[in-house]
Write a protein that binds this ligand. Structure first.
Ligand code: UDP
Length: 343
């Protein structure tokens, strides 16, 4: 019997890669997704890559009744990986209610339908909880800073809620994974990130600009206190990030000698500036980029990269892909989109 895992947002960028990793690891993923930021076609791609078509449920997690029915029909679900959430920082500032409503209602409904039952839960959190860290690399023990956006606040508050719930209910075992900057795509180039509208994140903007879909890249500031003046991030290959969820599930399954709630940084532990990333893209794809230096972006973190020793030691997980594979796979995916005229 395979262990059944509910993957909310399982057709999204990180969700779809995690579904593949679950299949590889011998789990049976069950996907719940409302397609608000994903496409049903991703299910075909998952099947093409893995040879398996996972169960898919088109439901809105904010609808407790729909979720309760799904769980009632799948009583053997042993764990949940919860990706489904709104994630655009700028939009969350403009429409905070939409963010608080969706991101909290969905999480609370999951916890509600598992009331009185055992639940292993892996929650998608973010290094955004650290704000601008005082020390680098930033470890899980660093203080959580006041969130800069309602989006960031949904992650912080959710982490606190989950900690309280795990403390009060021994049937709940929960891990929050604090993602650094996920980039890249599956080696097949059949799944990847599909931003809606003009990409706000650096790498999808870079690949779209390289493909001629967008104008030149604007580097948001080159006068920061960093080696070349542009901001530093810890970019993590999405396939490595997906694998971290399997490691987290396995730790939750272990029970003995582990706590009911924990947090882990998921990054490579290495930072790259924006200009270094642009150079890495050019070197690894042979494609020349057009870019210019623009003004700073309001609210940007200057530099952040993770201390990943805890993940290495306790999750037994480590990033395997470097910046070269991140850039090559992101470009291969962009080319797949172009060849197949996927907008
Ligand atoms: N960035 C940039 N130009 C862009 C998009 C992003 O220079 O068009 C920079 C941004 O200032 C930041 C880094 O790239 O230093 C990563 O930005 P992203 O929005 O991808 O991630 P986040 O800031 O949320 O970590």
């Amino acid at each position: 019997m395979k262990t059944k895992i509910l993957v909310t947002g399982g057709l999204g960028y990180i969700g779809s890669h995690t579904v593949l990793e679950l299949l590889c690891a011998g789990y049976e993923p069950v996907i719940a997704d409302n397609l608000s930021n994903s496409r049903i076609g991703i299910l075909d791609q998952i099947e093409m890559i893995s040879g398996v078509r996972p169960a898919f449920h088109y439901i809105d997690l904010c609808n407790e009744g729909q979720l309760a029915r799904l769980i009632a029909d799948n009583e053997d679900i042993a764990g949940v990986i919860h990706f489904a959430a709104h994630k655009a920082v700028g939009e969350s500032v403009a429409e905070p209610l939409k963010y608080y409503r969706n991101n909290f209602d969905s999480l609370l409904n999951i916890l509600k339908v598992f009331e009185g039952r055992r639940l292993n839960l892996v929650f998608s959190s973010s290094c955004t909880v650290y704000g601008q860290p005082d020390e680098l690399p930033v470890s899980e023990a660093a203080p959580v800073k006041k969130a800069e956006s309602p989006y960031g606040n949904t992650k912080q508050v959710a982490e606190e809620m989950l900690q309280d719930i795990a403390a009060a209910d021994s049937l709940k075992r929960i891990i929050s994974l604090r993602y650094f900057n996920p980039v890249g795509a599956h080696a097949s180039a059949l799944i990847g990130e599909l931003p809606s509208g003009v990409p706000q994140n650096l790498v999808p903007y870079v690949t779209q600009s390289a493909a001629g879909k967008r104008g030149p890249i604007t580097v948001f500031g080159d006068d920061y206190d960093t080696p070349d003046g542009s901001c530093i991030r810890d970019y993590i290959h999405v396939v490595d990030l997906a694998a971290a969820h399997i490691a987290a599930l396995k730790l939750l399954e272990k029970q003995e000698g582990t706590s009911n709630y924990d947090v882990f940084n998921i990054g490579t532990g290495t930072g790259y500036t924006v200009l270094e990333l642009i150079r890495a893209f050019e070197e690894n794809t042979g494609v020349k980029l057009n870019y210019h230096i623009g003004p700073r972006r309001a609210g940007d973190i200057v530099k952040v990269w993770g201390d990943v020793r805890k993940s290495t030691q306790q999750l037994g997980w480590q990033a395997k892909h470097g910046i070269a594979e991140m850039m090559r796979s992101a470009w291969a995916w962009e080319q797949y989109l172009q060849t197949n005229d996927i907008k």
